[in-house]
Design a protein around this ligand. Structure first.
Ligand code: AGP
Length: 607
């Protein structure tokens, strides 16, 4: 998604803007630009492609000024070219925008009828032309921006900069997050705290519908009705150390390797320091009287929910429904006021998941967020917010966030099972012990990188791949397929092993790698039968299993990756590691942009 920064500083803005945009690169983008005001003159520089192109441009064609705005664009309307890059400008005003203006055509027609000639195909240009029309009508910048914002429908985070105004930014937020940073005689605007981190840790998040008048010495926030609003200034802890590659070739590999550490932190957070038992701080839910759990998310977060469905139903004996947010929000299902709705999101800003939360918030007994960004919209709008402690995740492909989400969900399941009398003390003790040893087991599995890398020599030549799993390993098969397709661009599908005979087996031939994720559990033998069916048709099976599974079923398979033994319930967390590594090494062999795969964004803040 697009990234926004704004600065009213005491130093030249251009280098600081570009540096802040670098910390927003992880969101995915295809062009970038900045605008500044220098001695009242508005200027602009934009470049297509990576930020280095903008930096090069600024070396040869610098731009001065201590007030400025910047933007990384992930194209929604209009191809990624210079003309469509932000900031957009209409003579005396420049704007950067994250989101989609849904009524831009209507506004564009109105402005065109008034003689405005548009230069671009973007929805954002409508914003800046509308604001300019109000300036021409004699409104001051503040009121011209306010009148413009009033006319907009859809989702937006906006920052306006004006000719002649080197101590004024107007910021607005509806649907896309936006934060105001407080400096020492300076002020900042940013899409998230990471962008602002090197400048300040004092941040005020705008609420839905807020807009703000920012000067170096003042901040006036008004809510959607135009009433003065008081928003809390928070001190944000962003560990900047985690926002570099730490010697790894890609952020994704660094984040895969961080999993033993961050999982241990997540497990510690969900362990009562006094009793050593699993506990979820602030979980005021009477699970004994909960009649259903509904879980809603997108992408990998949705697959974490899909794994947890097996746990809630098998361990806590609570009916559990899981849906992708983009379907759920329009399905508008009836909700029980005795049910709990859970929203899992690494960024905490995914538009569809946020919309699903808003659909549920007045219909269920409690809403629970499981997020990696504590100050995010989904976190702030839920009754209960559970952190996953994954640390900053830069790689677009979600890895450590997925496994940390599962840790938080395990803690929720155990809490629910205990409350419903479904988990005796002995079984809980076993689970706790196994959970405590999981980071070490994951560390062991990371030692298999070269073995997995070798497998990808063949895999990287495939044009299609199948992932199979049963039970809670079925969502993991889906996750393995998602990882592979989103970073290597190989078409991959995940299937329930038992579904193979109902169609997908028609795809199987000697060119189709079939990756089977199967610890030796109660369903293993059935999965072996499916493997035999694949091999009988010349299919190449890559079996990911444990020592007992390998002993039983490795004959005839193409390759076997042997995982350390682990408690059945925790297998989906452990087996995520080989799934991530298979995707990673395949993508590296294919030379794709592992951290910022084509067409993808880290946080999808528009629907
Ligand atoms: C996962 O690798 C993808 N990057 C994507 O599916 C992601 O999980 C999805 O967009 C949800 O993002 P969120 O967790 O921030 O809500």
């Amino acid at each position: 998604m697009c990234g926004i920064v704004g600065i009213l500083g005491n130093h030249e803005a251009a280098p600081i803007l570009v540096d802040a945009l670098k910390r927003l690169e992880y969101r995915g983008y295809d062009s970038a630009g900045i605008a500044t005001v220098d001695a009242g003159k508005l200027g602009r520089r934009r470049a297509v492609g990576k930020l280095v192109n903008l930096s090069d441009l600024l070396v040869h064609n610098p731009i001065a000024g201590k007030a400025g705005i910047g933007h990384t664009r992930w194209a929604t309307h209009g191809v990624p070219n210079i003309v469509n890059s932000h900031p957009h400008r209409a003579k005396d005003v420049a704007v950067v925008h994250n989101g989609i203006i849904e009524n831009f055509k209507e506004l564009r027609d109105e402005l065109s009828q008034n003689g405005v000639v548009f230069e671009t195909d973007t929805d954002t240009e409508t914003v800046v032309q509308l604001c300019m029309s109000y300036l021409k009508d004699g409104l001051s910048p503040k009121y011209a921006a306010a009148a413009t914002i009033d006319r907009l429908e859809g989702a937006y985070a906006l920052c306006f900069l004006f000719e002649g105004e080197d101590d004024l930014l107007i910021a607005a937020r509806k649907g896309s997050p936006l934060a105001i940073g407080h400096g020492d005689g300076e002020m900042f605007v940013g899409s998230d705290a990471l962008a602002l981190a090197p400048m300040t840790d004092k941040v005020t998040y705008l609420d839905e519908g807020d807009w703000a008048i920012v000067t170096r010495t003042s901040l006036e926030i008004r809510d959607a009705s135009g009433t003065l609003a008081n928003r809390e200034m928070r001190t944000i802890k962003v560990d900047l150390g985690t926002s570099d590659k730490g010697g790894y070739k890609h952020y994704m590999m660094k984040e895969i390797a961080e999993q033993p550490t961050v999982l241990a932190e997540a497990i510690t957070h969900y362990t009562d320091p006094k009793t050593g038992g699993i506990s979820v701080p602030g979980l005021d839910i009477d699970f004994a009287n909960v009649d259903k759990i509904t879980m809603v998310a997108c992408g990998t977060a949705y697959l974490a929910c899909s794994v947890a469905k097996y746990w809630f139903e098998q361990v806590a004996r609570i009916p559990c429904e899981v849906d992708v947010a983009s379907e759920f929000r329009y399905r508008e299902p009836p909700m029980s006021d005795k049910s709990v709705a859970m929203f899992v999101s690494q960024s905490g800003e995914t538009a569809d998941t946020l919309a699903a939360l808003r659909y549920c918030s007045d219909k269920v007994s409690k809403t629970v967020a499981v997020v990696n960004v504590a100050e995010s919209s989904i976190s702030r709008e839920s009754d209960i917010s559970l952190p996953i402690h994954a640390g900053v995740e830069i790689g677009v492909a979600s890895t450590k966030a997925f496994t940390c989400q599962l840790i938080a969900l395990v803690a929720l399941v155990i809490s629910a099972a205990r409350a419903r009398g479904e988990l005796d003390a002995k079984s809980e003790q076993v689970l706790r012990t196994e959970l405590t040893s999981l980071p070490g087991i994951i560390n062991q599995s990371l030692a298999q990188q070269s073995e997995i890398d070798e497998v990808t020599i063949e895999l990287s030549k495939a044009s299609d791949a199948l992932f199979l799993g049963r039970g809670a390993m079925y969502p993991l098969a889906l996750e393995g397929a998602l990882k592979l397709k989103e970073i290597s661009y190989i078409h991959a599908e995940g299937y329930a092993s038992g579904e193979l005979k109902h169609g997908p087996i028609a795809l199987v031939d000697e060119h189709m790698p079939v990756i089977v994720l199967a610890p030796k559990d109660d369903l293993f033998d059935k999965t072996v039968s499916n493997m035999q069916e694949v091999m009988a048709r010349g299919g190449k099976v890559l079996l990911v299993t444990d020592p007992k599974g390998a002993e039983t079923a490795r004959d005839g398979v193409w390759k076997t990756i042997i995982m350390p033994p682990v408690h059945n319930m925790l297998a989906p967390i452990l087996y995520a590691i080989p799934a991530q590594l298979i995707a990673y090494y395949t993508a590296v062999r294919k030379g794709t942009d592992v951290d910022q795969p084509r067409n993808l964004a880290k946080s999808v803040t528009v629907e």
